[in-house]
Design a protein. Structure first.
Length: 232
């Protein structure tokens, strides 16, 4: 159902998707190395990403060292990228157990891509995991509360099709609208499909939910049951 690797690459800037990393000149690399030697995790992550990409400067061993140093300092992107690298099995031997561990660490640190990849894996049974719609929903929700469009779109489908949750068309429409606002254009299909099967009142409720999104997001989702209770 999902190409998890391409999704992760697009977010993390791996290989062909990272034009900024490819365009680093020697002076920029040296500046990053000076900062990385001082223990700055963001610089370590950027260098790790740079040396792991394809190209004349590719140095996976050095890149992985930088990524691990950044991850050891709780750099969430580094954790997610290490998960991707171990789940691809190109720069290192394929090891899904280690990949999952890195993704889980990224999730704990709030990385939306790690949350999305894990959510998708639990949805489809990828990486040898047992399908678990409830856990997938929770992972998508953690990312969606950070305005991660693909995760918001998945939640829209969950509530539209009652996949592991009780069907809730207004809530599904809210997630679809939010996904579009977050720039995930693919959610338009979910929105149009939902609209054909919703009453005028349900559409009004969905609009009110979208308007309440800043409050819901600020509460880390704790206000969502309150707003659902107004119409459920």
């Amino acid at each position: 159902m999902f190409n998890l690797v391409s999704k992760a690459r697009q977010f993390l800037g791996m290989v062909e998707h990272n034009n900024s990393a490819k365009s680093l000149n020697a002076r920029q690399v040296n500046r990053l190395m000076d900062t990385a030697r001082k223990g700055e995790p963001r610089a370590q992550f950027e260098l790790g990403q740079y040396y792991c990409q394809s190209g004349p400067d590719q140095n996976p061993e050095l890149g992985l060292d930088y990524l691990r140093s950044a991850a050891d300092q709780d750099n969430a992107h580094a954790c997610a990228l290490l998960g991707l690298i171990h789940s691809e099995g190109k720069l290192v031997p394929l090891d899904l157990t280690i990949a999952i561990q890195w993704y889980e660490m990224g999730d704990k640190l709030g990385d939306t891509q790690a949350q999305y990849i894990l959510g998708s894996a639990y949805e489809t049974g990828r990486f040898g995991l047992n399908p678990n719609p409830g856990l997938a929903h929770d992972l998508f929700l953690r990312a969606a509360l950070q305005d991660h469009g693909p995760s918001q779109s998945r939640l829209a489908s969950y509530y539209a099709k009652s996949y592991g949750v009780v069907e809730d068309k207004p809530l599904a429409m809210m997630w679809a609208e939010l996904a579009l606002l977050s720039g995930h254009s693919a959610a338009i299909r979910v929105k149009h499909s939902l609209a054909r099967h919703m009453t005028a009142q349900q559409l009004i409720i969905a609009k009110k939910l979208v308007e309440s999104w800043p409050i819901i997001r600020a509460s880390h989702g704790k206000k969502l049951p309150y707003y659902r209770g107004l119409y459920a």
